[in-house]
Design a binder for this molecule. Structure first.
Ligand code: FAD
Length: 381
């Protein structure tokens, strides 16, 4: 039986971190018949500070159903834009799934285990050493395992990434669990996005079973996140948080690092969070699938790493090339864009759909330069 296999000391692939990126990569490799050790420092179910908004484009990358862990489906959004009235927009279909990360992540890790990956919980990786043609992974408990290839999927503060020279993220988000105030208790399919909450960022409220997940995140190195959080909570009548936690946002950009030698980095460990929306689950799943593809094409060894880099460049890299341009325009010219959007809810709906279903490259291709010119000229055009 899979669960009772004896733990070997030598593995073709060791995945460090069983979050969304690590669990999905281990799942894909194990399904293809590779022997994979998945080391996770926490024990499931464990918390991860996150809004738990799962976009349809991210969900489409999961090769199995995840309905069992969906708390709700978003069909309406309240959008607070600076200087203009609040917009309420609706869709006839779900535009985002709401999940609790403790449930989603437990479920994903279980899928990896069922596919044949050897999952070890409570095993924190503290060191990786090069030993000839292999790597030795050492855990806090003193265990050591040899691997041909190590996949760092250990999140924004990744130890594996630091071992290959990636710097730590400089952007942060604050998230809280809140008992729903009466005004929110009926709004299970409605989210709030508040672009007035702080400069170069936004505040959100996502309803979950039994509580609201609310937070503020900044795409600039914002100080005083707590101050912005308090204003945001007061303005939106959110009351006192049950738990308030800060966590780094591993934004894509100059801090992105996909790996070196026999080490690959995925998801937050690679610094792949969307620079406009802060969405990270899509990149976690996408990088997991691309890493598995590179390994299955090139074998378990150094050649898989450049292949992975190539694959990421052609997909996520292309997307983020546009995302960065759009993020710069969007936050810099937000008051103008807000004025344009305020009288065109249909445009907001389309913009949202591109972000959550399609992607940036598609948005730029379809919309063309004239759209952006019009957008920036404002409502008089
Ligand atoms: C406040 C906040 C809100 C967010 N909201 C959203 C959202 O609504 N939608 C969205 O798409 N994205 C959101 N994100 C981003 C998203 O949470 C991340 O991009 C996503 O979790 C990345 O997945 P991952 O698997 O790369 O890393 P993680 O989810 O961080 O998983 C890493 C795993 O590695 C384990 N680990 C860490 N160190 C070690 C070690 N040394 N040894 C072994 N295991 C280790 C951890 O315990 C963890 O299980 C949000 C981020 C923040 C901070």
């Amino acid at each position: 039986m899979k669960g009772s296999r004896l733990l070997k000391s030598s593995w073709p692939v060791i995945v460090v971190g069983a979050g969304p990126a690590g669990a999905l990569c281990a799942y894909s490799l194990a399904r293809a018949g590779l022997s994979v050790l998945l080391l996770e420092k926490a024990c499931f179910p464990r918390e991860k500070p996150c809004g738990g908004g799962l976009t349809p484009k991210a969900a489409a990358l999961l090769p199995f159903s995840f309905q069992a862990v969906v708390d709700g489906e978003v069909k309406r959004a309240i959008l607070r834009l600076p200087g203009v009235k609040t917009l309420e927009i609706g869709w006839g279909r779900p535009v985002c799934f709401l999940v609790r990360r403790e449930l989603l992540d437990t479920y994903l890790a279980e899928q990896a285990r069922r596919a044949g990956a050897f999952l070890r919980e409570g095993e924190e990786v503290v060191q990786i050493e090069e030993t000839g043609e292999a790597l030795t992974v050492i855990t806090a408990g003193g265990a050591s395992y040899r691997a041909q290839l190590v996949i760092g999927a250990d999140g924004a503060l990744s130890r594996v990434a630091r071992l290959v020279g990636r710097s730590l993220p400089r952007r942060f988000a604050l998230t809280a669990a809140i008992t729903p105030p009466p005004a929110w208790s009926e709004k299970r399919d409605t989210i709030l996005i508040d672009l007035e909450a702080l400069p170069y960022g936004y505040g959100w409220v996502f309803p979950k079973a039994g509580h609201l997940n609310a937070g503020v995140g900044s795409f600039a190195a914002a100080r005083e996140l707590r101050f912005h959080w308090e204003n945001f909570a007061r303005r939106n009548g959110l009351g006192r948080p049950l738990r308030l936690r800060a966590h780094p946002l591993a934004l894509a950009g100059e801090e992105t690092e996909l790996g070196r030698g026999r080490v690959m980095l995925l998801g937050d460990a690679a610094g792949l969070v969307d620079p406009l929306t802060g969405e990270g689950l899509y990149a976690a799943f996408c990088s997991a699938q691309l890493a598995a593809k590179a390994i299955l094409e090139e074998g378990v060894g150094e050649r898989a790493v450049p292949r992975y880099r190539e694959l990421v460049k052609a997909s996520l890299g292309r997307e983020y090339h546009f995302a960065h341009r759009l993020a710069r325009l969007f936050y810099r010219f937000l008051p103008l864009i807000a004025r344009y959007f305020s009288s065109r809810p249909e445009q907001v709906r389309h913009f949202w759909e591109f972000l959550f279903f399609g992607g940036y490259a598609e948005l730029f291709r379809r919309a063309g330069a004239r759209y952006w010119e019009k957008l920036l000229r404002g409502p008089s055009s």
